[in-house]
Design a protein around this ligand. Structure first.
Ligand code: UDP
Ligand code: MG
Length: 325
């Protein structure tokens, strides 16, 4: 069997601080993989610039001109980690047998890619990189992430515990992604749905060496919320049962107050009244808000907007031709 063509897809958003390190490390790895005949010499690194505002694209572009192993894809604007990744996967799949996705900050152990390829050779279509422990994460990130995974499981979403977007996918697995036409691509939830033979490889996650996390709390909450509402209708069912329970409880209260009025002391305070108004009002607002969330999703999906737009693609078109044109 000939060696597989590997493409490593790296989404980058404002990563100028870390990129020189990332280029060096990934190049070293790819060269040794090629030399050891683990992958074909047609294997490449594909850096996707997700509409960065700093020097990220310029750096990628210079690297592309210098080194044939490195390719660049420039998106027309910032579309977020998941869509940038998808852009990379879609571009890479044209020529690759297998594709590895990894974050630009190299918090994930790149040596694990060797094991990914081994598993791929054994016939796995998807290999998940799973963090063994989260020692390097802050206490806050650890607990919120833990809560997120537990909650997703409870909501009935099949998600790999402690797996970020560090994984290998075979060409045919990436091709199947195309058939998921939703605008909110939450890859961690979608990839397991493909259902091909998959396995996990365990590694230790490191600290970010330079630059800042592109996932501050606000984005993390949005990400978690998106993940939950894109995959599960459990919240909406929960609201329904909550509504039913409060309805029956209020019926009981009404019965109680009426019996007091006819058979007992009618001097009722306004406390119970005001409490129930607030309670029902609150419940209704929550319910409406949640329903609105789903309607918002439907609204977005019906528009079928493109998930990303490629500005410059040096992967399929040689960079020199792009510059001369
Ligand atoms: N990223 C991206 N677009 C964005 C935000 C992030 O392409 O809008 C990339 C980022 O450059 C990095 C990866 O997604 O390669 C993960 O981001 P980060 O490391 O900041 O997330 P964390 O590891 O803190 O969860
Ligand atoms: Mg990171």
């Amino acid at each position: 069997m000939s060696e597989p063509i590997l493409t490593v897809v790296v989404p980058c958003y404002n990563e100028e601080d870390i990129l020189p390190y990332t280029f060096t490390k990934l190049k070293e790895l790819l060269i040794s993989l090629i030399n050891e005949s683990l992958v074909s010499d047609r294997s490449r690194l594909l850096f996707v610039d997700d509409g960065s505002k700093d020097q990220t694209w310029n750096m990628i572009y210079k690297e592309v001109l210098k080194n044939d192993l490195i390719k660049g894809l420039k998106l027309s604007r910032n579309v977020g980690h998941q869509n940038a990744l998808l852009a990379g996967l879609n571009t890479a799949k044209e020529v690759s047998d297998c594709i590895v996705s990894i974050d630009a900050d190299l918090q994930d152990d790149i040596e694990v890619i060797r094991e990914f390829i081994q598993k791929y050779q054994e016939g796995y279509d998807v290999v998940y990189g799973v963090r063994k422990k989260r020692d390097t994460d802050t206490f806050f990130k650890k607990t919120t992430a833990q809560g997120f995974y537990t909650f997703m499981k409870k909501m009935g979403v099949d998600i790999i515990y402690n797996h970020a977007d560090f994984r290998l996918m075979s060409n045919r697995a990436v091709k199947e992604l195309e058939r998921f036409e939703e605008v909110n691509m939450f890859l961690r939830g979608i990839v397991p749905l493909i259902g091909f033979k998959s396995t996990s490889v365990y590694y230790d996650r490191k600290e970010r060496l330079a630059g800042e996390t592109k996932y501050p709390l606000k984005k993390m909450i949005a990400f978690a919320f998106d993940g939950i509402t894109s995959f599960s209708i459990t919240p909406i069912r929960f609201v329904l049962s909550l509504g039913l329970i409060s309805f029956f409880t209020s019926m009981l209260f009404a019965f109680y107050f009426l019996s007091l009025k006819f058979f007992g002391n009618t001097e009722l305070g306004w406390t119970s009244l005001i409490t129930s108004i607030w309670l029902i009002g609150g419940l209704q607002l929550t319910a409406i808000g949640l329903v609105g969330e789903y309607i918002g999703k439907i609204y977005k999906e019906t528009k079928q907007r493109p998930k990303y737009i490629v500005d410059i693609d040096s992967f399929t078109v040689p960079m020199k031709m792009l510059i001369n044109s």
